[in-house]
Design a protein around this ligand. Structure first.
Ligand code: SAH
Length: 338
């Protein structure tokens, strides 16, 4: 049965063929209020409720496993209708700020060498409805969510249409009503996606996974660099910054003896000059079988002190979700069916 999540009011209208157009808007509004069944939409006629229940569905995504860690984070392995798995993480810091990290695809075809998801390849992109369902499931489990990062499994800009459709429903006051500034898209550097975001009227935030500012090194760990070289990426980011007059962030996964040396810092300084940017440092989460190591505390502190000296703005991400297989793909990968 077709789910009504992820459809515009017009699409719902043409599907249900209701005579009065306002009915489809009522249904569109109601399904994002957290209802479990069409029977709960009490302001539409009983016959229409029954018809909806016979022909359509709501949730297609099921929580397969929920893992809590001691920091108050919760990682969910989600089973899709076709039996594939994806994942999302709810990050709470004890305040009103509750962030959900949402997946845009099942698997990924970007091939980053340090990433577990890359080993799966791309199974398929998620529908707009499946992207939205993650948010609704998160709210059911954790209460009101304040922020979204599209930083879960997959490359958001490799599923741009469905992503943008989901975002417009998330943002729509008649549906979920989450402010655009509370949403962040994280990309490995897909330039047309960055340009599309710059052109969007919505002020969605941008994060770019840099991980190395040295062309050849970045090619080694992130093959997307062959397609979109660093110089072009920087140009696109400069334009993004001009268009939107906004800051963005770089993510920089710290890999011992690989991207933490003086040459790497020099390249990072060169690359960040002329950009107003914050670098988010993330110690690499160990993935078994990969030829990388995570740095120890001392090595991280030394790296940070060198950034301090050069005036490069950074934050060091605590290993959020580490205890719950937090890094991209580490939970869904364990599922046999994938
Ligand atoms: N494709 C998007 C979003 C998914 S990856 C992107 O590249 O941004 C989300 C973030 O997780 C990226 O910054 C990536 O560099 C990081 N990441 C992937 N595997 C990791 C690991 N094992 N340890 C730490 N960070 C990891």
């Amino acid at each position: 049965m077709k789910s009504l999540f992820g459809l515009t009011p017009d699409e719902i209208h043409s599907l249900i063929g209701a005579k009065e157009r306002f009915r489809s808007r009522q249904i569109y509004h109601a399904i994002y209020t957290g209802i479990e069944s069409f029977d709960d939409i009490t302001d539409i006629p009983l016959a229409l409720r029954q018809e909806l229940s016979e022909k359509f569905s709501l949730f297609t995504v099921k929580v397969d496993t929920a893992l809590d860690d001691e920091d108050g984070n919760c990682k969910l392995r989600l089973e899709l209708e076709d039996g594939l798995y994806t994942e999302c993480v709810i990050l709470s810091d004890g305040t009103d700020r509750k962030t959900i990290c949402i997946s845009s695809q099942c698997g990924c075809r970007m091939g980053c060498r340090f990433c577990r998801t890359a080993d799966m390849g791309l199974k398929r992109s998620l529908t707009a409805g499946e992207i939205l369902e993650q948010f609704l499931i998160g709210q059911k489990m954790a209460g009101k969510l304040s922020n979204i990062v599209f930083m879960g499994m997959g490359e958001p800009f490799d599923n741009q249409d469905n992503l943008f459709k989901a975002i417009s429903i998330l943002n729509d006051k008649n549906a979920i009503g989450l402010g655009a500034r509370r949403m962040t898209i994280s990309t490995c550097g897909v330039i047309p996606g960055i340009q599309a975001l710059a052109e969007s009227p919505l002020e969605i935030k941008l994060a770019v996974s840099l991980n190395s500012a040295a062309e050849e090194k970045r090619q080694q760990i992130m093959p997307i660099t062959y397609r979109y070289p660093l110089a072009q990426l920087k140009e696109a980011l400069k334009e993004f910054q001009q268009d939107k007059n906004k800051r963005f962030t770089f993510e920089y996964v710290l890999i011992k003896d690989f991207n933490m040396g003086d040459e790497d810092i020099k390249a990072l300084r060169h690359f960040t000059s002329g950009l107003s940017v914050l670098v988010n440092l993330i110690p690499w989460n160990t993935v078994e079988g990969k030829p990388f190591q995570t740095p120890d505390r001392k090595e991280i502190a030394l790296f940070c002190s060198k950034l301090d000296k050069l005036g490069i703005h950074y934050t060091l991400r605590k290993r959020k979700g580490f205890g719950v297989s937090g890094a991209c793909g580490q939970l869904a990968y364990k599922a046999k069916k994938n």
